[in-house]
Design a protein around this ligand. Structure first.
Ligand SMILES: *[C@@H]1O[C@H](CO)[C@@H](O)[C@H](O)[C@H]1NC(C)=O
Length: 370
């Protein structure tokens, strides 16, 4: 710093923040105290990430901390255990571990819009409920050992676009208030112990494009309102306890490209509109108790990289219209009650017997002749 600035700096040093040459302001004392409380609730012995969290100005070179420089207020914390940053990457796979808890003092950072504390594998304790009072846009706590519920009033986070708490030990239900997160684009609760039903008004989440809820204990049905989510591209509900029918409304979902419903307790039939849905590239309904015929509603607009209907109670014939599909990569119709001759034609030519195994009534194609 130029010496001529010194008197000015001394003048304002007694106040909470200091004005620097280009109008940027040193971090607020209360934000710095909150960060120090966060630091002391976490421990990380290998990487020395927190060794940069020293000195007065938490807005200058504190690893993973970002600020609004004109206000000297902390707006983001981004600490990723699987980051390509040299400080993390150099530690190697075994090194990127962090223990401890997320201090509720984080809620004193009342300008915080991004909170990422991800992939540290051992951070435990609850998600601090007071987080719902912050102006968060991104909340990413994936890959830790967090337990307890998702805060009940998560719906207060009106600006939230990303909620990722996958790969933790969270329990409790999906809070009813979640349906009011009208800015939410990406929701990932996968791989926890979340139970209860998907709120019936879930379809209100009109900005949501990825909904990943796989590998939990979710029960109840798939709300038909899901079909009205105009931006929904990926829906993964696999490996839960979801029952009832697949809502026909999903077939009119305009941009749905992958639908994973495998390993649940779904019954009833496959909606014809779903099979016909153009743009749907991955459909996995494996390991349910779905019955009836496979709808004969494929067309030249069908382009499936993967279609897995295995381990259900499907009966009747392999649909003829599959021949007209533009592309069928992986096809698995095994372990159903299908019968009759397997049609011939382009999508069938490259398929192996395994795609049709376990259907005692099927013949032809890669299976023994009829
Ligand atoms: C379909 O889902 C089931 C259950 O989740 C899974 O085991 C299977 O591997 C999936 N199929 C494909 C082709 O990915």
């Amino acid at each position: 710093m130029a010496p001529r600035l010194l008197p000015f700096v001394l003048l304002v040093a007694a106040t909470a923040s200091t004005v620097w040459a280009e109008g940027s302001v040193k971090c607020s004392e209360s934000d710095r105290d909150a960060l120090l409380a966060i630091r002391s609730a976490l421990s990380e012995s290998h990487l020395g990430i927190f060794s940069s969290w020293t000195g007065d100005d938490c807005c200058s070179d504190w690893y993973g901390v970002s600020c609004d420089p004109s206000a000297g207020r902390v707006t983001g914390i981004s600490l990723r255990g699987e980051s390509p940053d040299p400080i993390v990457a150099n530690a190697g796979r075994a090194g990127a571990l962090m223990y401890g808890r997320i201090s509720p003092e984080v809620c004193r950072l009342d300008r915080l819009t991004t909170l990422i504390i991800a992939d540290w594998k051992h951070i435990s304790g609850p998600i601090p409920p007071c987080l719902t009072s912050l102006p968060l846009r991104i909340l990413d706590l994936v890959g830790n050992r967090l337990s307890g519920p998702i805060p009940d009033d998560i719906g207060n986070l009106a600006h939230l676009t990303v909620l990722n708490v996958a790969d933790n030990h969270l329990s409790g239900t999906i809070p009813a208030s979640l349906s009011s997160l009208s800015s939410l684009m990406h929701l990932d609760l996968s791989n926890n112990q979340i139970s209860g039903a998907i709120p019936s008004d879930f379809g209100n989440l009109g900005m949501l494009s990825r909904v990943l809820l796989a590998r939990n204990r979710i029960s109840g049905g798939i709300p038909s309102s899901v079909g009205s989510m105009s931006r929904l591209a990926d829906l993964d509900l696999a490996e839960n306890r979801i029952s009832g029918k697949i809502p026909a409304s999903l077939g009119s979902s305009p941009v749905l490209s992958s639908l994973y419903l495998g390993s649940n307790r779904l019954s009833g039939g496959i909606p014809s509109a779903l099979v016909a849905s153009q743009g749907l590239g991955i459909l996995n309904l494996s390991r349910n108790i779905i019955e009836g015929e496979i709808p004969d509603s494929f067309s030249s607009g069908s382009y499936y990289t993967s279609l897995d209907l295995s381990y259900n109670q499907l009966s009747g014939a392999v649909p003829k219209t599959l021949e007209s599909a533009a592309y069928v990569g992986h096809l698995d119709l095994s372990n159903n009650k299908l019968n009759g001759a397997i049609p011939s034609g382009s999508p069938f030519d490259h398929l192996e017997a395994a795609s049709f195994a376990g259907n005692s009534g099927l013949c032809g194609g890669p299976l023994p002749a009829c």
